[in-house]
Design a protein around this ligand. Structure first.
Ligand code: ADP
Ligand code: MG
Length: 497
């Protein structure tokens, strides 16, 4: 734990940051949590609102089995406890985009309890972030302030959409750790098919809780579970990009340290991140915090799950990123890094496995994670839409393995494949790119070079590294097509090395 922690130097000494996240993930489902209205992005205003969502008098909520299944599936993917009995509560507050006057949420007894997420950091270190709970709740509608100078409009399309709130323990200790955690949770949800993970549309967003303390205090908290060892936290609402999460944390930690070093104290409050300014600002303090007057929703019975149903969902889980990564390392001899990059997206790992069949897997991994990934990113394409198929990458690697083309020429072939010039073998044929392994042809070139450069040939005897110059010349003469292995062999023989 401690080695990971980034100390922040203040005026009066070092500080540590403590972070706990609440991730809101929109459940992938065609219908809302308690009504049959459609869920979707881009429909006209108030086109997806049922009488239940609009809170018409006498309307009753009916739980959507699919949404419950998705929450359970997510809980299982987070290695969490599934609570066979959970309850729905009303969280009361007034807001124009909340027609009911309350949000149906799970307060006391959530559907999912404690779990954990393994998070890999950029430096190869791994941390475990504990999950406190996951509960189901309704999303609110949207107030539109920019449609008319004098009025606010309300769009209830989102009202009643199912959200999963995933609450972590305060187990993250730096901005990059928090971003890596969100990234990992997102990957797991996308693998599970329980949330589309689209952060730009706000389908996955995080409330970030930040506090600071002196070195050693966090250790005491972990040893005792006593929160009084920690600093007072501020909660930054609804941050929806990895970059903003990091900027918000860095700004907020600094702000708190400055207050404390000036002898002040931190007010527990809710803050907003302003991406334009890179700052957080106060939204409401704890004193102004809502008293939500939670109570069990009398319209809804407790949610009781059948254990066999939960087990059936467990059996239907796909191979998740962690086990997939371990398998790719074991089965294909990949490095932890390469395997990690490949499993970052299920489709990328699938593509790799399709291309690697019967091939040098490390070579295939290089093509998929470097050249192809770079091209796809630049073209803003998903790997599912790659113009180069897994079979074609496999064919390209086979040409290298068979010595038909060099790795260098392969780059050229790859660019032509990307440009749609055809299959790799076709391109090699058409462009005359076949590697020159013909000893006679190469010998003639080498003889000419040695005869024309006697001084260089002499110097190689004392300085064997100087052979590189000759290799370069042969490559030049053959347009890069000479087989480097053959060239080296011939040069050594002819130069008497
Ligand atoms: P609230 O309803 O006030 O948001 P929750 O229990 O839903 O409370 O979430 C609290 C979040 O704050 C959790 O993710 C928790 O880990 C985190 N947290 C609690 N105390 C601290 C602290 N001192 N510093 C940082 N994060 C904290
Ligand atoms: Mg909360």
């Amino acid at each position: 734990m401690t080695e990971n922690t980034k100390l922040i130097q203040g005026r009066t000494g070092p500080w540590e940051v403590v972070l706990g996240l609440e991730i809101h993930a929109q459940v992938a489902s065609n219908a809302k949590l308690f009504s049959g209205a459609a869920v979707g992005f881009g429909a006209g205003p108030n086109a997806q609102v049922s009488l239940v969502d609009a809170a018409m008098p006498g309307m009753l909520p009916v739980i959507n089995r699919r949404c419950v299944e998705q929450a359970v599936r997510t809980g299982l993917g987070l290695k969490a406890q599934i609570n066979l009995t959970s309850t729905f509560d009303r969280k009361n507050y007034f807001y124009p985009d909340l027609p009911q006057g309350y949000q149906i949420s799970q307060f006391k007894d959530p559907v999912v309890g404690e779990g954990e997420v393994l998070v890999e950091l950029d430096d190869g270190e791994t941390i475990t972030v504990r999950i406190e709970r996951l509960h189901l709740e309704q999303d609110a509608g949207k107030s539109l302030h920019d449609q008319d100078p004098d009025s606010t409009y309300v769009d209830l399309n989102r009202a009643g959409t199912a959200l999963m709130e995933i609450v972590s323990r305060p187990d993250m200790r730096s901005a990059p750790e928090a971003a890596a955690y969100v990234k990992k949770v997102r990957t797991i949800l996308v693998y599970l098919g329980t949330c589309d993970g689209d952060m730009e549309k706000g389908n996955l967003r995080a409330d970030v809780n930040v506090s600071v303390c002196r070195p050693g205090a966090y250790e005491k908290f972990r040893a005792t579970g006593d929160f009084s060892h920690l600093g007072t936290r501020c909660e930054i609402k609804n941050v929806n990009s990895y970059r903003y999460i990091q900027q918000a944390i860095e700004y907020e930690a600094r702000r708190q340290i400055e207050i404390l070093e000036d002898g002040g104290k931190i007010d527990q409050e809710t803050r907003l991140f302003d991406p334009g300014k890179g700052e957080t600002r106060s939204m409401r303090s704890k004193e102004e915090a809502h008293d939500y007057r939670y109570f069990p929703d009398p319209d809804l019975l407790p949610l009781v799950l059948d254990e066999a149903w939960v087990e059936a969902i467990r059996l239907s889980l796909p191979e998740l990123p962690d086990p997939k990564k371990a398998r790719l390392q074991a089965e294909y001899g990949l490095s932890a890094y390469d395997a990690g990059v490949l499993v970052g997206e299920q489709a990328r790992a699938d593509f790799f496995e399709a291309a690697a069949k019967g091939r040098d897997a490390k070579l295939v991994a290089n093509w998929v994670t470097n050249d192809l990934a770079a091209r796809l990113t630049a073209a803003n394409l998903d790997i599912e839409d790659s113009p180069i198929s897994a079979g074609e990458i496999s064919d390209l690697v086979k040409l290298i393995e068979d010595g038909v083309i060099s790795s260098k020429i392969a780059k050229d072939v790859f660019e032509r494949m990307w440009a749609g010039e055809g299959a790799p073998a076709e391109i090699v044929e058409k462009q005359g790119l076949t590697q020159v392994s013909d000893t006679g042809e190469l010998e003639a070139i080498i003889d000419g070079l040695i005869a024309g450069n006697p001084a260089q040939a002499e110097s190689v005897k004392d300085k064997p590294q100087a052979i590189g110059w000759f290799v370069g010349q042969v490559m030049k003469a053959t347009g890069g097509k000479a087989n480097p292995g053959t060239v080296n062999q011939l040069l050594k023989a002819k130069l008497g090395l």
